[in-house]
Ligand binder design. Structure first.
Ligand SMILES: NC(=O)c1ccc[n+]([C@@H]2O[C@H](COP(=O)([O-])OP(=O)(O)OC[C@H]3O[C@@H](n4cnc5c(N)ncnc54)[C@H](O)[C@@H]3O)[C@@H](O)[C@H]2O)c1
Length: 260
């Protein structure tokens, strides 16, 4: 199906990463204008170059999502470039695997700053642009880890649970003008997933492949890891008019690991 995102003008943070790029590609395929933003200029330019092979409807600008000033400039550039903004995908994120007793306070601050405060800063900055747009939406990347526990992952879990709480409150605060939802992805087989393999391998010497196969077999009802495009499909749906009655929701895309 094509054209489901016709008239959508979307800013995607973490847009050069695995899920961000898959989401940008899916949005372009569905007729959206896409503005990719990520940590540094080189990364953003590389992403734009790759995405332009499939479509001309892409532009971008770098911003650290933890910086109010950089985010304000980036949103202004996005609005100029697309002649408005109708959707924000809050997707930038980092991990800091390890036991809590070993975590440095700088690591704790950074995870909360990027994963939680970054979502808050970008949401605050985009609100004036979304007001007045038809079917405006904000969708943020939480995680299955924001809904259940895993060892060596507590700070990340806390940062992602906060995204859900924040999004639900904003869904009420911004209704009926803007819909606000989150997605809780499962385990994606990419660099972002390497943290889990790393944490486990420290104890078992498993390769990422063995770790992934073990995880799928033992923990995931559908017996497979998810792909970045599985998550992108969720972003397409929640941004589209098909989801126009959905706000405050958390969409699990994790093969059944979490079912609430
Ligand atoms: N990969 C998984 O298994 C998985 C599972 C659940 C949730 N998630 C979440 O999905 C999102 C995307 O993850 P991914 O797997 O594509 O990882 P990724 O590392 O490929 O992409 C994350 C992107 O965020 C960017 N980023 C990091 N800090 C930033 C900052 N301060 N400012 C701007 N950009 C910044 C990175 O440069 C990177 O491009 C993250 O929020 C992650 O926590 C991933």
């Amino acid at each position: 199906m094509f054209g489901r995102l016709k008239d959508v003008k979307a800013v995607i943070t973490g847009g050069a990463g695995a899920i961000g790029m898959a989401t940008a590609q899916a949005f372009l395929k569905e007729g959206a204008l896409v503005f990719v933003t990520d940590y540094d200029a080189e990364t953003v330019n590389r992403a734009i170059k790759t995405l332009k092979v499939g479509s001309d409807s892409v532009s971008g600008y770098p911003a650290d999502v933890t910086s109010n000033d950089e985010v304000a400039v980036m949103m202004g550039k996005a609005a100029d470039s697309m002649n408005g903004i109708t959707a924000l995908i809050n997707n930038a994120g980092i991990v800091s695997p390890g036991y809590l007793v070993d975590q440095l306070s700088t690591d704790i601050d950074r995870v909360i700053d990027v994963n939680t405060k970054g979502v808050i800063i970008c949401t605050q900055a985009v609100i004036p642009y979304l007001e007045g747009s038809e079917n405006a939406s904000i969708t943020s990347t939480s995680s299955q880890a924001g809904k259940r526990g895993w060892d060596q992952n507590a700070i990340y879990s806390a940062s992602k649970a906060a995204v859900i709480g924040f999004s639900r409150s904003m869904a009420v605060e911004l209704a009926p003008a803007v819909r606000v939802n989150s997605i809780a992805p499962g385990h994606i087989k990419n660099e972002g997933m390497a943290w889990a393999a790393f944490a486990k391998r420290k104890q078992t010497d498993q390769t990422i492949e063995d770790f992934s196969a073990d995880l799928a077999a033992t923990e995931i009802p559908l017996k497979r890891l998810q792909s970045a495009s599985d998550i992108a499909n969720g972003f397409v749906f929640l941004t589209s008019k098909e989801a126009s009655e959905i706000t405050g929701a958390v969409l699990n895309i994790g093969g059944g690991v979490v079912m609430d």
